[in-house]
Write a protein that binds this ligand. Sequence first.
Ligand code: MG
Ligand code: ZN
Length: 220
Amino acid sequence: MTEKRITIVEKILDANDRLASENRRRLNENTIFAINLMASPGAGKTSLILATIHALLDQSVPIGVIEGDTAPVTIDADKISAVGMPVVQINTGGECHLDAVMVENALDQLPLATLDLVIVENVGNLICPAAFKLGTHSNVLIASVPEGDDKPYKYPNIYRGLDVLIINKIDLLPYLDFDMDYFRQGVEMLNPGLKTFALSCKTGEGLEAWLSWLQATKPS
Ligand code: MG
Ligand code: ZN
């Protein structure tokens, strides 16, 4: 029985990978750089997207956003829409992650030819979003200071597959027992040399380095 179940899971992931490649092809065709933004709930995914949009708006970088939520709400999508960027809300109907089919359907609804950057806000969860490829170019995780410094040790899989790590809410460091060295040691063990930005979406501290990386990495 177990063997059969493993085969089925492998088939699902295979089919997902094929669709993810198709999504990637479509993004490349439109010279779009796409990010899979992951984090636990409340880490600041939407805040980082909004801060990024505000900062890049001046340089007229058109950004499309795909918002993943398990519940049928548009709270985050409304915030993106309010700043005038195209946004598609995906309600996963209880699923705790996005997959390549959902992203394919969302891409259908975005004006791809006009966009430079697509940010996919994955469902707030540190476990299965890591297992499903979406076709995006870069896996970015936000770890926020209030979550604690032990998360790399407890959720190693998501850290192993990252291209970029953002440590958010550093303005709260003086008030919390967050051991930055211990946290960074855990990350280094799993993903040596991982590009990391420590910042605060609230105060704006550290945002500049993240934005410069984004500007340098996306196709111009
Ligand atoms: Mg959000
Ligand atoms: Zn899931």
